[in-house]
Design a protein around this ligand. Structure first.
Ligand code: SF4
Length: 435
């Protein structure tokens, strides 16, 4: 009898819910469970040195896309631009704004509207530290020499190219309408202009794709000499067009075995080529810093649907672009306040994502000893071969990274899926309960 689990089916099952409940109770305590996002009525904006800007416009909408996005329309964009810049100005009018260490633009396709990126940078620039990171997600179809040069002149020093795959028929299946030559040219153009970090995003597990295709995709990135490679499994969020196709049985998924096989092949190719693992699904050239948006302890987001996390409080702006434009001043729609124990687990979760748990950093943030709080659990993971120990850190082994990857998927599909789905259905939800 096969004991293989169909991950996609399992995650929605009653058993999976029970397992999640049990683990959550055990880890974060009953005071934090279930997690309840409530309406952010009396919200006072917090501050952070790490900033995220959400620009939700796209030329076409991809069927697998879970993000908050809308089709580009000039009038909508013009109003959005004003609203975004107003939200930023309101924030900058607060007292004691900290210096900004990183500023990332995501979407949507922010590279469609480079003049908005320039305006945002201009608005924040008095607060920049000298070596600020400014990163932009770039759609391959936007990546002309002219546009990339414009971004560089505004101060952008990192870009992430959402190429996804170098097989043309699979690109069409993802609803992406560029050729392989255009994808390759986008990388070459970025290299000609020169950025501190050029990342390529790849997706594996597309219907019709096989393990060898993913191997070739990664090999192509290595040959092109990019600084950072992010390879994600195609995740089917239930609220997307793809999620609905999967539920109707119209889309063939990778099972867990094939996904793990692909991960191993990608990882081998990157490590052999001299890249080092910098997260459960990304690899970076040795002398480069990774392209990363969500792994900071604190960050503050602006724009429709932007998420923020400061001092253990999470919040999301309204997902409705129209409501975002209409609402004056208050943009947050929902918020979640967490306990200290929850924050420590949440921090641990992101360190697992980063494949390294720094003992001194934990002490600096929480004024507590990591080994006293989590030593037994970490030792257990060491015994089963997921972790190894160095003087001041616990590090994920390659085997541990595969499990870390599963954990990431389960988290995204269990929690983020529900919050984003409800926020996309209701611009101002009363509450969202996460079991
Ligand atoms: S995947 Fe990217 S380009 Fe496609 S709809 Fe989503 S945000 Fe837009």
């Amino acid at each position: 009898m096969s004991l293989k689990i169909n991950f996609q089916r399992f995650r929605h099952s009653w058993t999976a819910l029970k397992v999640r409940r049990f683990i959550s109770h055990l880890l974060i305590g009953k005071n934090s469970y279930p997690m309840v996002f409530k309406k952010a009525d009396s919200f006072k904006k917090l501050k952070s040195s790490h900033v995220y800007i959400h620009i939700p416009f796209c030329k076409t909408i991809c069927p697998h896309c879970p993000y908050n996005k809308v089709s580009f329309r000039q009038d909508l964009y013009d109003s959005y631009k004003d609203s975004l810049l107003n939200e930023i100005s309101d924030y900058l009018a607060l007292e004691k704004i900290p210096y900004i260490q990183s500023l990332y633009f995501g979407g949507g396709s922010p590279s469609m509207t480079p003049e908005l990126i320039a305006s945002v940078i201009d608005r924040f620039k008095d607060y920049f530290v000298r070596d600020i990171e400014i990163g932009v997600e770039v759609h391959p179809q936007d990546a002309s020499l002219k546009m990339l040069n414009y971004l560089k002149q505004t101060g952008v020093n990192k870009i992430s190219l959402g190429i996804e795959t170098f097989r043309e028929d699979l690109l069409r299946r993802l609803g992406r309408f560029y050729s392989v030559d255009e994808a390759i040219n986008s990388v070459k153009n970025a290299q000609t202009i020169g950025f501190e970090c050029i990342d390529i995003n790849l997706i594996y597990g597309i219907s019709g794709q096989n393990v060898t295709d993913s191997q070739k995709d990664v090999q192509r990135c290595i040959e092109l000499g990019v600084d950072h490679i992010s390879a994600y499994p195609l995740m089917t969020f239930i609220h997307t067009t793809l999620g609905k196709e999967v539920n109707r049985g119209e889309f063939n998924h990778y099972d867990d075995t094939k996904r793990v096989e692909t991960q191993k092949i990608i990882s081998q190719a990157c490590l052999q080529a001299g890249y080092k693992r910098t997260s459960v699904w990304s690899f970076t050239k040795d002398n480069k810093l990774p392209y990363t948006t969500v792994t900071r302890e604190n960050y503050i987001g602006f724009g429709s649907g932007a998420g923020s996390k400061v001092n253990g409080i999470f919040w999301f702006n309204t997902f409705s672009v129209n409501e975002y434009i209409k609402s004056k001043g208050v943009k947050p729609a929902i918020m979640l306040e967490t306990t200290d124990k929850f924050r420590r687990f949440h921090w641990l979760y992101w360190q697992i994502y980063n494949t390294k748990i720094d003992i001194k950093k934990y002490h600096y943030i929480f004024q507590r000893d990591l080994n006293t709080d989590f030593g037994a659990m970490l030792t257990f993971f060491k015994i089963i071969g997921w972790l190894w120990q160095e003087e001041n850190a616990w590090c994920l082994t390659e085997r541990g990274s595969i499990w870390g990857h599963r954990l990431q998927m389960l988290f995204s599909l269990s929690y983020i899926d529900k919050v984003w789905k409800e926020c996309q259905q209701d611009p101002w939800p009363e509450k969202i309960v996460l079991y």
